[in-house]
Design a protein around this ligand. Structure first.
Ligand code: BEZ
Length: 259
């Protein structure tokens, strides 16, 4: 399943699953209103430091205006390919279990796929069964049936971007860490075949918040409590005044305690 045919297999799997789920209900498919323009020239170019594009959307916790949802918090916006899929179930379960740690850091979580609220809510019951130890699933999942958010945040593979005008398309595994000023601070993108590392998302939040608070940088594989790096733009004199003791390994590589 995870070989070179993974993408085709996974799309067939999603379509098959949707047919199975839709069949007993014999209801009409109501095509969601099309987003105004899917023209690539109208797509925002999101970089680290860009303002996070705003949008309104239906979610499992009601309709939101994204910037109002962010409010004064940090936010992790992450997409997953489709509901009722195995890797996504493990991922959303892991983020649900870690949610108290994100909350402690003033971080809100919000998931997304291009399926509807009813589908998300039905799937959440499964996630609670297998991945949260029965605890209620806390954070909202965006029902991006119009694909507006997937388009704005470029959450699609090359092949699926070409099909964005058609029916449901699976989003890739995008992660955006956004600060309270609505600035995009970190972007990660994983393919459908590779589940993310929820601890890494928490780690980068710690690194970003520490960088803001203390004016430091964090080295490879840094985790909370380990020494940090004094940026080369800070003179030794200023470093002494600001951080007290520090270690000079090279004139451009100086470390100090995090707190
Ligand atoms: C998943 O396991 O999450 C998954 C499987 C197939 C396609 C997309 C996602």
């Amino acid at each position: 399943m995870y070989g070179s045919n993974y993408c085709n297999t996974s799309r067939a799997f999603i379509m098959f699953r949707q047919l199975l789920r839709a069949a007993p209900k014999t209801r009409l498919y109501v095509r969601p209103a099309r987003f105004l323009s899917f023209d690539p020239k109208d797509q925002p170019r999101i970089r680290i430091g860009s303002e996070a594009p705003n949008f309104t959307a239906e979610t499992t916790k009601g309709k939101i205006d994204f910037h109002s949802y962010i409010g004064d918090s940090w936010t992790v916006l992450f997409s997953h390919p489709a509901d009722f899929t195995p890797v996504c179930t493990t991922e959303l379960g892991a983020f649900a279990r870690l949610e108290p740690e994100f909350t402690k850091r003033n971080v809100k979580l919000i998931g997304l796929s291009t399926e509807g609220v009813d589908s998300h809510n039905a799937w959440i019951k499964d996630i609670e069964d297998v991945a949260t130890g029965g605890k209620p699933f806390g954070y909202p999942i965006i029902a991006d049936a119009t694909k507006e958010v997937a388009f704005k945040y470029d959450m699609l593979s090359e092949a699926d971007f070409k099909k964005i005008d058609g029916g449901m398309v699976p989003t890739v595994r995008s992660v955006f860490v956004i600060d309270p000023k609505k600035t995009v601070r970190l972007i990660m993108t994983y393919p459908a075949s590779t589940g993310r590392n929820s601890a890494e998302v928490l780690r980068v939040v710690d690194a970003l918040q520490l960088a803001d608070k203390r004016g430091v940088a964090t080295p490879i594989d840094w985790t909370e409590g380990q020494d940090v790096i004094i940026p080369p733009t800070v003179s030794d004199e200023d470093a002494k005044a600001k951080f007290g003791d520090f270690v000079t390994l090279k004139p451009y590589l100086r470390t100090t305690k995090a707190n």
